[in-house]
Design a protein. Structure first.
Length: 174
């Protein structure tokens, strides 16, 4: 089983607002960086999206050490998820689980992997956590630039496809 180290981070400015996520994956000396964003989201959703995208990039079951500065993400996976599922995606207070859509994706993606979820303090000088923070911040900045760009409106153009479109799913990294 391949061994992969993953660092993740996500954030919003403001929260809620435009958000970014990032992950750095390391295996056998190879390093891959992933990042993305959403124009209207929350910090917790971006923290989760970073882990989802990192796990989605793996082509086969792996032994993973996943570092996050989000207690919400780590405790959600390690402590709360099993109970939420047993209660039909309700909290102990019988309220709907927030971000259920992402928790369900994460639950499906962790299957088959052996994952050690590690919490580390954010903004404390951890090199790859800081790199993830930079990448996520760059995604937020990109969204802000796009929201301030002039909008060009054009008439819709009919699309004619004679062949099926290629599968655009992201290729697995490892």
């Amino acid at each position: 089983m391949k061994v992969v180290t993953i660092h993740t981070d996500g954030g919003c400015e403001p929260n809620p607002g435009p958000g970014g996520w990032a992950a750095v994956l390391e295996m056998d000396g190879a390093v891959h960086e992933l990042s993305g964003g959403a124009p209207a989201t929350t910090n917790n959703r971006m923290e989760m999206q970073a882990a989802i995208e990192a796990l989605r990039a793996l082509a086969q079951p792996c032994r993973i050490e996943l570092f996050t500065d989000s207690q919400y993400l780590r405790k959600g996976v390690c402590e709360w998820l099993k109970g939420w599922k047993a209660r039909g995606w309700k909290t102990a207070e019988k309220q709907p689980v927030k971000n259920q859509d992402l928790w369900q994706q994460l639950d499906a993606l962790v299957a088959g992997h052996t994952i050690h979820w590690r919490w580390l303090k954010g903004h404390a000088g951890h090199k790859l956590n800081e790199r993830c923070d930079q990448l996520a911040g760059a995604e937020i900045a990109k969204l802000r630039r796009q929201s301030h760009a002039p909008q060009i409106t054009t008439a819709p153009v009919p699309v004619v496809a004679s062949a099926p479109l290629p599968n655009l799913r992201q290729a697995a990294l490892f």
